[in-house]
Write a protein that binds this ligand. Structure first.
Ligand code: ZN
Length: 145
């Protein structure tokens, strides 16, 4: 199996069997709603942060396979990370899509599968929507003790 085929199967697997899908009715969760009108992607994410650590991430929405798969991948990648680590991983993910050289690609785990999306500028928004939503929730908490 070549890398392209492997990456495609990772994306399809997350699309068909999304992790951490479904919202939680709990006021301790931060909720962020974002959409991407160019593709029709619409997503709501939730974050539960305790002691500057992300203990749970949830997502729910409608969208293309890339958007939905990325929401699942993000929810796994950022789980149990500190706010700083999560924002750093998110930045690394954006850099990957922009074709920048990363010091250590492997920290991105399944998110590496989206590397090829960078070749389709119209789809970059699909691949980053969930990450942007999580980032929007985390950004105000940055450096907050
Ligand atoms: Zn999309």
């Amino acid at each position: 199996m070549d890398l392209k085929t492997l990456y495609r199967s990772v994306i399809m697997d997350h699309y068909k069997n999304p992790k951490n899908k479904g919202l939680i009715n709990d006021e301790n969760y931060l909720t962020v709603h974002l959409n991407n009108p160019t593709c029709g992607d619409d997503i709501i994410v939730q974050l539960l942060v305790k002691d500057e650590k992300i203990i749970d991430l949830r997502h729910q929405g409608k969208g293309c396979s890339i958007c939905c798969a990325a929401a699942s991948v993000a929810s796994e990648l950022l789980k149990n990370k500190s706010i700083e680590e999560a924002l750093n991983l998110t930045q690394n993910y954006y850099d990957l899509l922009m074709g920048k050289e990363l010091l250590n690609k492997n920290i991105l785990e399944d998110a590496l599968a989206f590397e090829g999306v960078g070749q389709f500028p119209a789809r970059i928004k699909c691949a980053t929507l969930a990450f942007k939503a999580y980032e929007k929730g985390l950004d105000p908490l940055k450096g907050d003790n």
